[in-house]
Each structure stands twice: as structure tokens, then as C-alpha cells.
Design a protein around this ligand. Structure first.
Ligand SMILES: Cc1ncc(COP(=O)(O)O)c(C=O)c1O
Length: 397
């Protein structure tokens, strides 16, 4: 067996299952889960129609590079969304959702024979860690800083860590914090990447769900603004899962440095990760349409506008820049006990923040917080919020 498998940590939902195994939820309430970050708004009809019309694709093996028409749709979307002109032949590649791509990317870029370090934000999307460990790298966790709108203070990473860094994961908009990274941070990271030679993987799968007027800055957009037209050492990961409510379709794409994408395509060819032709046809329909994305964003905006003020009255929480999570500090400071007792008393599931982060530099930056995924319909999220308010009033006032 690959010995690195034993270095993998239990997934947060495994730990939650363990925590809840001794809890009997109050049967007076129907269960509501704000735990899993899985989109639950309706899948657009135009995507379903395109999928069912494309069954002829099943008769042939798809190419790993994807259909030229899909690559065109991806670059056209990047042009509309970020005013970027990408080359469809060399600067984009379809992937089966960003999760597998983030994992496979680490296997492609890491050279484990050279004492490799992968820098991750903390808390973080758990795939970064597994991807780094299975690629034979060590991880360095850079804490999210509440004083910086939950962005990472990149200056806090020591020079000897940067010197060994081969890959940096950036998550903007962040899961679980919802923070969008500003241009000044991108500028800092590009100069560090130039100095130390590491690759930046920019995970942007929440980019289309946002609450400010201005759409979140993308990694490639930041590079272009700073005159880095070749996107050297930068690859962005995007996805239809949240944008178009198709988490089960497994579709996204990567874009950026053509030299890296050439190697990534080579890796993926052997790994056998070509996207089904049916999914490619449905993806073209999804990337080409923006009306459903605007409507989806509006649905989240109304939901967050209704739910956030209720919770703000009893806990330290605010509307995030983007994403579909609330990242709240719990009264009393014990996120694990809060999640356990909330389930027991009011049958609402939330995720303890400490499960999404690691102890590093002497503390766990997720401790004392919970993540609430507002993915259900507004009425259900409102009901959950009302129960949380009652729970806090009963136990913490
Ligand atoms: C930060 C982040 N990145 C990537 C993903 C993977 O999404 P998908 O594989 O559906 O594109 C998720 C899913 O929840 C996520 O939260």
C-alpha cells in the first residue's frame, strides 16, 4: 500500500458523524442541515435539455482536452466575466469538477524529491491537504486573520517556508470565510512566486455567488491588471457546481499558464480524466447562459439578507463578500460543544470551524466559529436561524 495514505486526516464530516453519534436530536423538531456545502437550488432546464439531447456522445471516447466548442465557451465566458482574451487551444482545459482537478494538479506540479512544501490557507477546503500529502509534500498552514476580513496575512509565512514552497493554494472567495482576496495580496503573491518559483492554484468555485456590487476579483484578472499577460505560474480553477447548481454533473475548467496546462493535460491523459461528451454538451449550454446565474445569485442575496440580521442580533457574524456560508463566532467560544448541543436541543446541524482547520503556529484559527451553509430554500434557512437564536438565548444569555 502507498504509505502516504496513512497520513490522510479524517474528513470533517467523518468527525461530525463521530461527534453526533452519542447525541439524540430533539424529536420535537424536524431536522435541518446547514452542514454540507452542496448547492440545492434547482438545476436550470437549459442544462438538463442540453444533456438529454447529447446521448450520441456516449458512443465514442471523449478527448481529455475536451471538445473545441467547450474550450471556446470557456474562453468566451472568461472574456465576458473578466475581460480576458485567452487562447482556447492552450490556456484552458475542462476538468470533472474542481475537486478532482485540485487534487490532480498537485500530483502534476510537485517534485517530492526536493523537500516540497505546499502552503494552504487555514481553515481550508480539505482536498488541498490530501492532495499535498499524497503528492509527497509537507503542508504549511497560513491562518485566516479576522482583522483582515479573514484573508491570510501572507507576510506571516517565513522566508524559509517560501523557499521550499512548490505550490500555494489560494481560495477566493474563501470556503468557509467568504473572503475575497484583494489585488494588493495578489501583487504580493506574484512577487513571492517570481522570487521562489512556486505555482499558484487559485480555487475560485464560488466566484459567481456574491453580495457586494462588484464581482469578486479573479486570479487571472488580477494577473492581467498587473501586466502578467502570460499568467506565469498561475492556474485558476472554476466550476459549474455552484454557478449553475449542477454539483452532480462534475464539470469545471482550469485556465492560465499554458506551459503548466500542457503538463497537466499530459498527466490527465494517463489518469483517464476526460469529461463525458454529454457533460461537455451540457457544460457548453451552462457557460453560454448568464441569465440563470443572475437569478441564482439573486436567490442567495435575498436569502442572506433575510437570515443574516437574525443571527447578527445574537452572535458575531456578518454578510460575507461571497460564497454561500456564514462564518460565525459562537457565544462561549466552544464550536464543538455548540454544534453538539444545538443538534441535541433544536435538531439543526452546523459544522464546527475547528474541524475545517488545523492546529498550526500554536492555535486553530477555526476554533470558536461555526460554518453554516445556506443552501436550502429561504424558509428552511430562516427556520434554522430562528432555532439558533432560541438556542443562544436559552443557553448563553
Ligand atoms: C473551496 C472549494 N473548492 C472546490 C470545491 C469542489 O467543487 P466541485 O468539485 O464541485 O467543482 C468545493 C466544493 O465544495 C469547495 O468548497
Amino acid at each position: 500500500m502507498n504509505p502516504l495514505l496513512s497520513s490522510l486526516q479524517p474528513y470533517p464530516f467523518e468527525r461530525l458523524k463521530q461527534l453526533f453519534s452519542t447525541v439524540t436530536p430533539n424529536p420535537a423538531y424536524a431536522p435541518i442541515s446547514l452542514g454540507i456545502g452542496e448547492p440545492r437550488h434547482a438545476t436550470p432546464q437549459l442544462v438538463l435539455d442540453a444533456l438529454t439531447k447529447a446521448t450520441a456522445h456516449l458512443a465514442a471516447y471523449p478527448a481529455t482536452a475536451g471538445l473545441p466548442a467547450l474550450r471556446e465557451s470557456c474562453v468566451n465566458w472568461m472574456q465576458r466575466r473578466y475581460s480576458l482574451k485567452l487562447d482556447a487551444a492552450t490556456q484552458v482545459l475542462p476538468v470533472n469538477g474542481s475537486r478532482e482537478a485540485l487534487f490532480a494538479f498537485a500530483q502534476t506540479v510537485i517534485d517530492p524529491t526536493r523537500d516540497a512544501v505546499v502552503v494552504c490557507p487555514n481553515p481550508f477546503y480539505q482536498i488541498y491537504e490530501g492532495a499535498a500529502l499524497l503528492a509527497g509534500a509537507q503542508t504549511y498552514y497560513a491562518p485566516s486573520d479576522p482583522a483582515l476580513n479573514f484573508n491570510v496575512n501572507w507576510d506571516s509565512v517565513p522566508a524559509d517556508v517560501w523557499a521550499k514552497t512548490q505550490l500555494l493554494f489560494v481560495c477566493s472567495p474563501g470556503n468557509p470565510t467568504g473572503a475575497v482576496m484583494p489585488l494588493s495580496d495578489w501583487e504580493k503573491l506574484f512577487s513571492l512566486s517570481d522570487k521562489y518559483g512556486f505555482v499558484i492554484a487559485s480555487d475560485e468555485c464560488y466566484s459567481e455567488i456574491y453580495f457586494r456590487e462588484e464581482a469578486p476579483l479573479g486570479g487571472l484578472e488580477a494577473a492581467a491588471k498587473l501586466g502578467r499577460a502570460d499568467f506565469k505560474n498561475l492556474v485558476a480553477f472554476t466550476s459549474l457546481s455552484k454557478r449553475s447548481n449542477v454539483p452532480g454533473m462534475r464539470s469545471g475548467f482550469v485556465a492560465g499558464d499554458a506551459n503548466i496546462l500542457k503538463q497537466f493535460l499530459l498527466y490527465r491523459t494517463y489518469h483517464g480524466s476526460a469529461m463525458s461528451g454529454m457533460v461537455q454538451a451540457a457544460s457548453i449550454a451552462a457557460w453560454d447562459d448568464e441569465a440563470h446565474v443572475v437569478a441564482n445569485r439573486e436567490q442567495y442575496r435575498q436569502k442572506f439578507a433575510a437570515v443574516t440580521p437574525l443571527l447578527e442580533a445574537v452572535m458575531d457574524v456578518r454578510l460575507p463578500d461571497a460564497g454561500f456560508y456564514l462564518w460565525a463566532a459562537v457565544p462561549g467560544g466552544d464550536d464543538v460543544a455548540f454544534a453538539r448541543d444545538l443538534l441535541a436541543q433544536y435538531n439543526v446541524t452546523v459544522l464546527p470551524g475547528s474541524y475545517l482547520a488545523r492546529d498550526a503556529q500554536g492555535f486553530n484559527p477555526g476554533a470558536g466559529r461555526i460554518r453554516m451553509a445556506l443552501v436550502a430554500e429561504t424558509a428552511e434557512c430562516l427556520e434554522a436561524a430562528q432555532r439558533i437564536v432560541a438556542f443562544i438565548q436559552k443557553n448563553h444569555s
